[in-house]
Design a protein around this ligand. Structure first.
Ligand SMILES: [Zn+2]
Length: 307
């Protein structure tokens, strides 16, 4: 069994990748596991969505308690039991004992990198329960990320403009710098891949074939689709879970957003990191990428607006 953890900023394509992988025979996507196991997050989730009929719907179509994957593990849910994330990850990893699951790739889209470190500790504490651990960093081109965040700001009635754009780029730069540095400093026991949202959408088959090769699972020549039956995603993107989207549509709004492109031109550090991440994704697809720790590590540095 290989446990695959997908990290990246929200709205960067992490859910899309998880759904694409779950279309493969040997893959089970299980959603935002660390949130599902957290009492704090689940109480917030329940307060916001508890009134909805499909509040506890798994992507397999049944509710969490009756789901074939989560039902036997439902006591890990934050609404059912407290306990540390480390304890719960240890119990989750320890539950993959039957031969059916031993041949599978389990995909966790929790995203949060500190939760990944907890998972990694649990993985080292649970020798023999699983064979491999892998980390995939998904990154969206910062112009595309900016256009998508701007659209959200408009939707939420928040201010837009150059200052807000630069702040968004600072966020993108700081978080992705931290994620790339973390990936580069992991030991060789963890397989790491960097992939962009653009490559996932525009070179889908190549990305999935590359990941299958890296993660040592079978690649099917069947057309890759986000329509899936074998996933058990909880706490995922409701757009996918409830409507079961069956096609990939590249978000090209940034092509027409000249103000986003102006902010991009004004942020050389974010531009440089964007180019570096695109190159990492290309090298990952070519099978040549090797994580290298940075010498001038100064995570989180962006373009300063204050002081
Ligand atoms: Zn399910």
């Amino acid at each position: 069994m290989t446990y695959v953890y997908i990290t990246g900023l929200a709205h960067s394509g992490t859910t899309l990748l998880s759904h694409l992988l779950s279309g493969l025979d040997d893959v089970i996507s299980i959603g935002e596991v660390s949130r599902f196991m957290s009492t704090y997050h689940m109480q917030k989730y329940k307060a916001r969505w508890g009134h909805c009929e499909d509040f506890s719907l798994c992507s397999c179509g049944t509710d969490w308690k009756n789901c074939s994957f989560w039902g036997p593990r439902y006591n890990l849910c934050g609404l059912e039991s407290e306990g540390t994330l480390l304890e719960k990850y240890e119990r989750l990893l320890g539950s993959f004992t039957d031969t059916h699951l031993k041949s599978k790739l389990i995909v966790d889209t929790s995203k949060n990198i500190s939760d990944f470190h907890t998972l990694r500790k649990a993985w080292f504490n649970s020798p023999g329960s699983q064979s491999k651990l892998a980390l995939i960093l998904v990154v969206k081109d910062l112009r595309s990320f900016l256009a998508s965040m701007k659209a959200r700001r408009v939707q939420d009635g928040m201010k837009t403009g150059l200052v807000a754009d630069i702040r968004t780029l600072n966020l993108w730069h700081g978080k992705n710098r931290e994620l790339l540095d973390t990936v580069a400093q992991l030991d060789s026991a963890v397989s790491c891949v960097v992939v962009t949202y653009e490559d996932i959408c525009l070179r889908t088959k190549q990305v999935i074939a590359c990941l299958c090769n890296k993660l040592e699972t079978t690649y099917s020549e069947d057309p890759v689709s986000v329509s899936h039956s074998g996933s058990h995603i909880v706490m995922g993107n409701t757009d996918f879970i409830h409507r079961n989207r069956d096609s990939i549509k590249y978000d090209d709004r940034w092509f027409y957003d000249t103000s986003a492109q102006l902010a991009y031109l004004l942020h050389p550090k974010a531009r440089a990191l964007n180019n570096q991440l695109i190159a990492c994704s290309q090298e990952s697809l070519d099978g040549k990428w090797r994580a290298k720790p940075r010498q001038d590590c100064n995570p989180g540095q962006g373009l300063h607006l204050d002081g």
